[in-house]
Ligand binder design. Structure first.
Ligand code: AMP
Ligand code: ZN
Length: 474
């Protein structure tokens, strides 16, 4: 009897939202592994929360490319270039949505290129031919209309007051992804329900355009011109570029319901398939200095501004130090640590490997094992530290390159001083004075809160023994 001593083939495990379990990843066809991620809605600068799926699913793409072969993975990440916010912004500026979204998509590419992500085919030379497609919704109106007509013909959708609606009760297992009970969804949907809906859960596939909206000839015999609902575009684009059923569908956790649930309903009912995608991966949400990021709280961070303060690879490492499914707290302290770590890695590679180019880009050892374990990037980062500590610099460089780092020459990174953060001195002095008052009144809670506020502005506060307070830019 002979024993096979070959190491078993590496296997990727992923957490699948559809089954709520970690499962071995088995593609439908290992010759063409197919993944789709919901991309950004481009109406202004993309924020740092949008950068999270961009970065974590770039890591997934890289892992799949090493696992199955670079020519055997197809990645589709769409651009949503028609929606109410886009229509409003374009109308206010008196330009077409195509002009507006052309500008914002170019800005989006300029921003994310800095984050060390592989770029879609055709966006730059590096990305050409890597089977990374970036379709735009408005280039797929015909496909959307075909899906809509098929859904109407099959009795899953109906026309009412120039809208086409998907009739949710027509699908027997609607809600399988989000696992929300139907009555709960119904209660949630009952607010402001349009009178022409047969069920409050029914959602829009197509709607009429107002005088200020972009408009296309409507499907399903509707005379008035109209525009697509939100969800149909992803069913159309994934169908066109990946087929009726594919391997992985990814996006932020906020998209599970209703967006992904409705994508599933549209695609499955149209094609009569038991699944749309086999594995559903969702990234957790990003918050800033412990608070929800929002324009009203004044802590809204766009990628473009973060890049003024930090090199893109620092943002990338900072994102990957938290597991993609957990919430991430985006802090100045975390960015400082990530920045220092990368400086050290760049220096180690420069000193010991004669530059990063000497190393191939390949995952190996504990870094590879960590990534195969549901993309455990914090463990992969710990493994990178271990490579550094044990003096395995060539392996460190190879893994860093595989993970999307070392795009700069070590000399360039180390020679470039991080641009100094700029702070509004008058505002900082006012906060320091306010904090002094709080301390005099022994209001420590308020004093701490003000310190946090200052930290969030990138300012370190020091209370000196002589009773004075000094501050410095982090
Ligand atoms: P949107 O442009 O809002 O459609 O979002 C594009 C992608 O970014 C989607 O996958 C969202 O789930 C994701 N996303 C939006 N905000 C955040 C956030 N604060 N943290 C993590 N992911 C986010
Ligand atoms: Zn989508």
């Amino acid at each position: 009897m002979s024993t096979d001593t070959r190491p078993s083939a590496p296997e990727l495990k992923v957490y699948n939202t559809l089954t709520r379990t970690r499962e071995p990843f088995r593609p439908i066809s290992p010759d063409n592994v197919r993944m789709y991620a919901c991309g950004p809605t481009v109406y202004s600068f993309a924020h740092i929360g949008n950068a999270r799926p961009i970065i974590v699913f770039d890591v997934l793409f890289r892992v799949l490319r090493q696992l199955f072969g670079p020519g055997r993975v197809t990645y589709v990440r769409n651009i949503t270039d028609v929606d109410d916010k886009i229509n409003k912004a374009a109308f206010e500026r008196g330009i077409t949505i195509r002009t507006l979204t052309g500008e914002t998509a170019a800005q989006f590419h300029a921003d994310i290129r800095e984050l060390g992500v592989l770029m879609p085919d055709g966006v730059n030379a590096e990305g050409n031919g890597i089977r990374f497609i970036e379709p735009r919704a408005t280039d797929h109106i015909d496909e959307m209309k075909q899906l809509i007509e098929r859904l109407v013909a099959a009795g899953y959708a109906y026309v009412a007051e120039e809208h086409v609606l998907f009739h949710v009760p027509a699908m027997s297992d609607y809600g399988a992804l989000s696992k929300r009970p139907l009555d709960e969804m119904e209660a949630g949907a009952r607010v402001d329900v349009a009178p022409f809906k047969k069920s409050p859960l029914d959602f829009v596939l197509w709607k009429p355009s107002g005088p200020q909206d972009p408009a296309w000839p409507s499907p399903a015999g509707i005379a008035a011109p109209g525009r697509p609902g939100w969800h149909i575009e992803c069913s159309a684009m994934s169908w066109k570029h990946l087929g009726e059923t594919f391997d992985i569908h990814a996006g932020g956790i906020d998209l599970v319901f209703p967006h992904h649930e409705n994508e599933i309903a549209q695609s499955r009912c149209c094609f009569g398939t038991p699944v749309m995608a086999n594995y559903w991966l969702h990234n957790g949400f990003l918050q800033v200095e412990g608070q929800k990021m929002s324009k009203s709280l004044g802590n809204f961070k766009v990628i473009h501004d973060e890049l003024e303060h930090w090199p893109g690879e620092t943002l990338r490492l900072n994102m990957l130090r938290t597991h993609y499914r957990r919430p991430i707290d985006w802090t100045v302290k975390g960015l400082e640590e990530s920045d220092k770590t990368l400086d050290r890695w760049y220096a180690a590679v420069a000193d010991h490997c004669g530059g990063s180019d000497a190393a191939a880009a390949e995952f190996s050892g504990d870094v590879w094992q960590a990534l195969l374990d549901d993309l455990n990037t914090p463990r992969a980062v710990a493994a990178l530290h271990a490579l550094e500590n044990s003096g395995a610099y060539r392996e460190l460089a190879a893994n860093l390159r595989a993970l999307g780092f070392l795009h700069e020459s070590p000399e360039a990174r180390l020679a470039r001083r991080r641009p100094q953060r700029t702070v509004d001195e008058a505002a900082v002095n006012a906060l320091i004075a306010e904090r002094r008052k709080a301390r005099e009144a022994k209001n420590w809670a308020e004093s701490d809160r003000l310190r946090d506020e200052l930290n969030a502005l990138g300012v370190a506060v020091k209370d000196n023994k002589d009773g004075t307070t000094t501050w410095s830019v982090l």
